[in-house]
Design a binder for this molecule. Sequence first.
Ligand SMILES: [Zn+2]
Length: 271
Amino acid sequence: MLNALSFDVEDYFQVTGFERVVSRADWEKFEPRFQIGLAKILETLERHEVRATFFFLGWIAERYPEAVREVARRGHEIGIHGYEHRLIYEQTPEAFEADLRRAIEAVRKSYDGPILGHRAPSFSIRHDSLWALEVLNGLGFRYDSSIFPFKRERYGIDGAPTRPYKVCGGMLEFPMSTVSVLGKILPVAGGGYLRLYPYAVTKHAIAAMNADGRPAMVYIHPWELDPEQPVINADLGNRVRHRVNLNKTEARLEALCRDFRFGPAREVLGI
Ligand SMILES: [Zn+2]
């Protein structure tokens, strides 16, 4: 079964967990490092002949057009991850639309192919921001991949479908992957969860999803393949969540490519 492999292209200092200690006005002051992880990702995918989806942060695309160009040149799908990495439920629909338009414009500077997909910063489409799907549909997006089908502290919608489904205007939602273990729903196959669980757990979970006829949505960030990145002086919880097992991501991506079939989200959705 074909599963989706996706990368949210942002830098380590732009994550929501550091928002309180790193202001957007200071992003320019950090030495960019996303290229380190991105190079490892592109090399691994090339070796396994796997193509994937890269959701670019507009801020990155604007400053590093060569990164967008290189990813597209290698045959990967280009999607949007917002411009300023703002949580959608903290924005008005108008502000969200303006941020999206800015991101699309930034990507368009170096890429003129189709832009079909969107990934919200920190999965911030939940009950109080479902209007975001209408905004995306209005801008011509064909799918979104941002909804975690169970409630966490900052994101998720309890009871949302766990396989791709239609939302407004025929647009599709490709939900983040979860499995049910002993009656409990567990998030799997991406980001901190991919780093935290032993690989055998992730492998078992994706196999279980596939046996159930559900494609997995794996998501990884370039900074997760850069264990040498500087430590940001955030609170302990965010610091630990950000850094746990950073040195294991590269091998896990390698193992995933070896053990499962992957493609860009648009291909899994058949669009
Ligand atoms: Zn992000």
